[in-house]
Write a protein that binds this ligand. Sequence first.
Ligand code: SF4
Length: 348
Amino acid sequence: MKPIIYDYNLDQLQDWMKENGEPAFRGGQLFDWLYVKRVKSFEDMSNLPKPLREKLEESFQFVTLSEITRFESKDGTVKFLFGLHDNHAIETVIMRHDYGNSICVTTQVGCRIGCTFCASTLGGLKRNLTAGEIVAQVVTAQQMLDATGERVSSIVIMGSGEPFENYDATMTFLRIMIHEKGLNIGQRHITVSTSGIVPSMYKFTEENTQINLAISIHAPNDKLRSKLMPVNRRFPFEDVMAACRNHIAKTGRRITFEYALIGGVNDQAEHAQELADVLQGMLCHVNLIPVNHVPERNYVRTPRNDIFEFQRILEKNKINCTIRREQGHDIAAACGQLRAKHMESTTR
Ligand code: SF4
């Protein structure tokens, strides 16, 4: 299989040009066609000599994603189910906010982390995505937005998969996204969310970027977290918190804790108080996520008043806290559900 052109960062494209007897600046021209002009074929790259375009065509594949379905919500949210070259499917979401368009990308086909409230993990991990397959999700979304003159202004790596278990591809993707000669997405407008892969958290801290880090915490203590997230047995609660404290100390940047509220499981007043005690004094923000009903799992949604009470307790303890605004509710689907349905229909 030919490599995907989006797998290559600018330096690598320049190196490829040199190795193929072309001046390095051709790499810059190619990068510009990919990320600024966003053309869909080498043929369209009109300032590259024809023999070079043919060579690129022979050496790389261009299109990596085929649209299987697209759901558009009344609130503007667009959810894509994309097919990959090996017949796997992934989800990507565009969310419309007052402050711009945000895209939620997927980093793995499936996931092996096993969070009990998540549909993405039901079939386990199939494979890692390449950097180019992650990049292509943003480029494809941006191409759609180009039609209305809009742009992707922020990125969240919160789709299916654990980005820190596909670390190198995730970092290559991020470096392509923030490159000033490409899409030039502001680092502070990008968030990478992890279930708490502790060694990668330390590594990420050392990357010295301005990219936001979010931790899926979902419980205020080790015992309950292990029940909800088996990964906690590999990387215990206290180790995750130590990695968070290290990140804050070294980067001076605030961490976001994602907390999925599950009715009767982790959403009681005592859980809120315990969480507030653990986070006391940390530079952090808590994002409460009322869990979506996943038919395969036996969880119920937290009643509205209990959600507000949870928030009230955190705020009383001076912990910054928001409740995630639900988007795309009418097109259904918590993360992973579209793909799960697709898998079901294709294996029938
Ligand atoms: S929540 Fe994220 S890390 Fe956990 S199983 Fe789902 S995709 Fe994997």
